[in-house]
Write a protein that binds this ligand. Structure first.
Ligand SMILES: Nc1ncnc2c1ncn2[C@@H]1O[C@H](COP(=O)(O)OP(=O)(O)OP(=O)(O)O)[C@@H](O)[C@H]1O
Ligand SMILES: [Mg+2]
Length: 253
């Protein structure tokens, strides 16, 4: 079996200059993701979850993966923790924008693709909705999408130009249990159906079951990895029950 590797890293160092001083912070310290290290490359279609303590270098690594080089073919897409949707544009227009910028599709093709993507994320009935609150002026309007729906729009938008790699920084960080499971199910579907490589940062250990591999990053280096034999989706009802029992246990101790 031959894997196609899409992310290979050799002794990556990233130092930030501290503003207004000569000091540096080394966020990534000779980080390796290759066959000469215990941590092999990320292969095409792999779903990798990045975990580890705050300040360990996860966001820095995602940023490096996204910008370190310009791909010969293919594209890389980012999904941020805060939704970054344009408030004056509808869900439809937000998803259409990257296609318009790329300029490969004509308006009719764009419309069909936007509708397909919004169907993919289950928002076919919300196309005209404004994602976030419009404040100030006469145009004042509340957000017409919930947090989970907004995150689904960002995922639809990130898929606009059919990326080979999807980079996600805590995409469920602001969401409740129900929406967390919904978004993870959606990412799993995209990963399995479209074979999109996913690299996702999360602080939630309960969603590790969705990944092929969990990489733990600490103090600028990988310290551990765990492989899942199969990717498993959480069942919302069971997971919710489990969380409730955990809360009860905490109260009783
Ligand atoms: N622009 C910057 N300038 C200086 N130092 C920075 C900058 N960005 C990040 N750092 C430092 O680099 C280290 C790694 O930060 P990074 O944001 O990658 O961590 P993280 O693992 O994503 O943490 P979290 O889980 O809290 O999001 C931290 O010590 C941080 O303070
Ligand atoms: Mg971070």
């Amino acid at each position: 079996l031959i894997w196609e590797n899409v992310i290979v890293i050799y002794t990556l160092i990233k130092a930030y200059k501290v503003f207004g001083s000569d000091q540096h912070v080394t966020a990534l310290k000779e980080l390796n993701l290759n066959y000469s290290s215990p941590f092999p490359p990320i292969r095409k279609g792999e779903f990798v979850i990045l975990r580890g303590p705050s300040g360990g270098g996860k966001t820095t690594l995602l940023n490096m993966i996204g910008t370190i080089d310009v791909p010969t073919t293919g594209t890389i897409s980012f999904v941020f923790q805060t939704f970054n949707l344009l408030a004056t544009m509808s869900a439809f227009e937000n998803v259409e924008l990257p296609m318009t910028i790329l300029g490969k599709l004509n308006p009719k093709e764009r419309k069909e693709r936007v509708e397909m993507l919004l169907r993919l994320v289950g928002l076919q009935d919300r196309m005209a909705h404004l994602p976030s609150e419009l404040s100030g002026g006469e145009q004042q309007r509340p957000s017409e999408l919930s947090g989970g729906e907004q995150q689904r729009v960002t995922i639809a938008r990130s898929m606009a130009n059919d990326p080979n790699i999807l980079l996600l920084d805590e995409p469920t960080g602001d969401l409740d249990t129900f929406n967390t499971v919904e978004i993870m199910d959606l990412l799993l579907k995209i990963n399995l159906e479209k074979k999109t490589t996913c690299v996702m940062v999360t602080h939630n250990p309960d969603v590790e079951c969705y990944a092929d591999r969990i990489l733990y990053l600490e103090d600028g280096k990988f310290v551990k990895q765990v492989y899942n034999r199969i990717q498993v989706a959480l069942v919302f009802e069971d997971y919710n029950e489990y969380l409730k029992n955990q809360d009860l246990n905490k109260q009783n101790h």
